[in-house]
Design a protein around this ligand. Structure first.
Ligand code: FPP
Length: 253
């Protein structure tokens, strides 16, 4: 069933009571944290925390699309997450395959464009083929852009951008004097996208953890004690309402 079109007006009315629908952050990025603690609190294995986290992903993608967010970036697996036990890594990769397999049709029907950011070359082949398939199926969609950050690290992304820029110079396609902030931005995984207006981190941790280091220069940050598997539309609306109270000066007065 299409989640977007039927109820769009009702949703706008209900959410509009809490948030200003004319000032929705264009790009929201989320550090999905707390799956392990959510599972531990219930005496469950960590993989079940991640599975519950996948349900939160579904809720938040649906809500973002309904609210009219243009870009949603979800931090699914960092360059540092390879340090986790191999079973946990495998269960995360399998969960992603399951998510794409089950959700792709509905995401596509709802005009969501799936885009992976990160070094996908290191991802296991069975997962990589699902990723490529999901990107291909949704490539012409014009609704919400869903960036899934996988094997993503902000430092790694900048190193990769530096390498690309150096290569262009060595090939004579770019001069040193041409390098400016736009050139760097255009060599990041998020090339062509606006920087996140709002970065959300649930679970009580107060850090950025190598997430969108360049792009977060002027992002508003919103932290909460909620564990990611409990995160829902109301929490997203609370974060947006808080964002709307901020006075964004971008270094001006
Ligand atoms: C951090 O919580 C979470 C992750 C490293 C994985 C996030 C993945 C999902 C939500 C699974 C589904 C994703 C998609 C895109 C379908 P943690 O395990 O570090 O929690 P803890 O700090 O409580 O241990």
């Amino acid at each position: 069933m299409s989640f977007l079109f039927n109820q769009k007006k009702d949703v706008a009315k209900k959410t509009g009571e809490k948030i200003d629908m004319s000032n929705i952050p264009q790009h929201i990025a989320i550090i999905m944290d707390g799956n392990g603690r959510w599972a531990k609190k219930r005496g469950l294995v960590r993989s079940l925390g991640h599975r519950a986290g996948m349900e939160a992903v579904k809720r938040v993608v649906k809500a973002s699309s309904e609210i009219g967010v243009k870009y949603l970036t979800l931090y699914a697996f960092s360059t540092e997450n390879w340090k986790r036990p191999v079973d946990e890594i495998n269960s995360l990769m399998n969960l992603l395959i399951e998510y794409l397999g089950r959700e792709i049709d509905e995401l596509n029907r709802n005009n969501v464009k799936i885009n992976f950011i990160g070094d996908i070359s290191k991802i296991p082949d069975k997962c990589k083929s699902k990723i490529e398939e999901a990107e291909k199926i949704t490539m012409n969609n014009s609704g919400l852009v869903l960036n899934i950050a996988l094997n993503y690290g902000g430092k790694d992304e900048i190193v990769n951008a530096v390498k690309n820029i150096c290569k262009s110079i060595l090939e004579g396609k770019l001069n040193l004097s041409d390098i400016d902030e736009n050139v760097v931005s255009n060599n990041l995984y998020t090339a062509g996208q606006p920087d996140p207006d709002l970065i959300i981190r649930p679970s009580g941790e107060l850090r950025i953890s190598n997430f969108m280091l360049w792009q977060s220069a002027y992002s508003e940050l919103w932290f909460s004690d909620i564990l990611w598997p409990d995160f829902d539309k109301e929490n997203l609306i609370d974060a947006i309402a808080d964002y709307q109270k901020r006075n964004r000066r971008f270094g001006g007065i």
